[in-house]
Design a binder for this molecule. Structure first.
Ligand code: HEC
Length: 209
């Protein structure tokens, strides 16, 4: 019985603290336990500033700055390149890479993959990353027929926008890095399918073949 009153008392306190004082007027400022970032010192765009000599909060653009749409013809061409930026060609998922995949691309892809994907998808892409041990569910294995056949452009979309339970990574990986990750994943997939025939003759000895 006693426990019942204790629970009742706690519930009342909780109820009153959550809804009890809504709409009541107080003279003193409210107590803020977690003010979060309600008030911050910051400048809003095109506002005044007493700090800078010219009285503007906006800083002048450094001399020589080029608008991203103009100037370097190669860079502005890339902006119109749907394969590179969206992973599509004429609205369909693109097959293949929009750039030359070099050793450097692979190294970069490996580095980014290990940081941003391996925790869930596992170092070898088998879907057995460390988060799975801690209860992450539904992480797919990359070594399935479907994900082998999935066009590079669709991989690009999954990484950029996320899909299902998986989050978007476009704010963490720039466009080049996303392609580099895909190149590395392709290597992981290829590695699973490799046979003895893939080992170059001069390296066979090392593997005891
Ligand atoms: C926090 C864990 C987590 C991380 C990190 C993560 N993924 Fe995933 N990923 C998932 C889960 C969970 C799914 C299954 C999504 C679903 O089917 O709902 C998934 C699905 C996928 C799929 C399959 C989509 C499909 O069509 O079935 C691809 C491809 C993929 N992830 C690539 C990546 C790549 C590349 C990275 C790194 C840039 C990455 N993921 C990072 C959890 C993660």
């Amino acid at each position: 019985m006693r426990i019942f009153f204790v629970i009742l008392a706690f519930s009342l306190v909780a109820l009153v603290s959550i809804v009890g004082f809504r709409g009541s007027l107080f003279e003193r400022p409210p107590i803020e336990i977690f003010p979060d970032m309600v008030r911050q010192s910051k400048y809003k765009a095109q506002s005044e500033s007493a700090f800078f000599e010219d009285g503007r909060s906006d800083r002048p653009v450094p001399s020589g700055t080029v608008h991203r749409q103009y100037g370097d013809p190669e860079a502005s061409e890339r902006l119109d390149d749907d394969h590179f930026n969206k992973g599509t060609v004429n609205g369909d998922y693109a097959e293949g890479f929009p750039m030359v995949v070099s050793r450097e691309t692979m190294e970069r892809g490996k580095d980014r993959y290990r940081i941003f994907c391996g925790s869930c998808h596992g170092g070898v892409g088998d879907g057995q990353g460390i988060t799975v041990e801690y209860g992450m569910v539904g992480v797919p294995d990359f070594h399935t027929e479907r994900l082998h056949a999935m066009p590079e452009g669709e991989w690009f979309e999954v990484i950029s926008e996320g899909r299902g339970l998986m989050g978007a990574y476009k704010d963490k990986l720039n466009v080049e890095d996303r392609w580099a990750v895909i190149a590395y994943v392709r290597a992981l997939q290829r590695a699973r399918l490799g046979t003895e025939e893939d080992v170059p003759d001069d390296m066979r000895g090392e593997l005891g073949l």
